[in-house]
Design a protein around this ligand. Structure first.
Ligand code: PGA
Length: 232
């Protein structure tokens, strides 16, 4: 079981330090825990979580190792900092920053080549779900990825992200099982995972963990979700 906290554009270095010092004190044996702070907070997170089993990942990564790409960060730069992995293709990147299946795949490929662990996000929008296109969308988004020991997929139905609406455990299970028919990888569920719904979602046979946004920002709720994973 893997629980990853996607902090999005929250927590600068001071808040990151406070969170990581608190996280260090928690007993979290039996679950793989990853935090994904903003780029500027990665260094302090790496420093303060050194010597623990908790890993630090970035929220994005560029496909070239260096070059004229203003505002981007490369996989070797993340590696140099001691960062362990990266999220790619998050729906907010797709929605606001022009990310496509192809650019997400390029990022995933470069990150894996550089030795990073990758969480690749997929998921349908509400309109796509209503039109019955969920499987077509997942097939298209996954067609550009190849299975790899260091790759996990996060199934995040876009209509469930930050909305408080969660896929039912049955529909999450169904989507996860479908993803696994296309790619032999572990699959995390993401979309309004909270302490009170985590146990039920994580008990589904093909739910291998969670990518948690809002509820990962608070130490107590994040560790409660980690504990639900340990029990499941
Ligand atoms: P949420 O975000 O848990 O706030 O819905 C999940 C994500 O975007 O990864």
């Amino acid at each position: 079981m893997l629980i990853a906290g996607n902090w999005k554009m929250y927590k600068g270095s001071a808040e990151t330090a406070e969170f990581c010092l608190g996280l260090r004190e928690q007993e979290l044996d039996g679950v793989d825990v990853v935090v994904c702070p903003p780029f500027v907070s990665l260094a302090v997170a790496v420093q303060l979580l050194a010597g623990t089993e908790i890993a630090v990942a970035a929220q994005n990564v560029h496909w070239d190792s260096e070059g004229a790409y203003t505002g981007e960060i490369s996989a070797p730069m993340l590696r140099e900092l001691g960062v362990y992995g990266a999220i790619v293709g998050h729906s907010e990147r797709r929605q606001h920053f022009g990310e496509t299946d192809e650019t997400a795949a390029k990022r995933a490929h470069a990150a894996l080549e550089a030795g990073l662990f990758v969480i690749a996000c997929v998921g349908e929008t509400e309109a796509e779900r209503e039109r019955g296109e969920t499987e077509d969308v997942l097939r298209r988004q996954l067609s550009v990825l190849e299975a790899d020991d260091n790759l996990v997929v996060a199934y995040e139905p876009v209509w469930a992200i930050g909305t408080g609406e969660t896929a039912t455990p049955d529909s999450a299970q169904e989507a996860h099982a479908f993803v696994k028919t296309l790619l032999d990888v572990e699959v995390l569920y993401g979309g309004s995972v909270k302490p009170d719904n985590a146990a039920e979602l994580l008990s589904q046979p093909d739910v291998d963990g969670a990518l948690v946004g809002g509820a990962s920002l608070d130490l107590d709720s994040f560790t409660e979700i980690c504990r639900a994973a340990i029990r499941s």
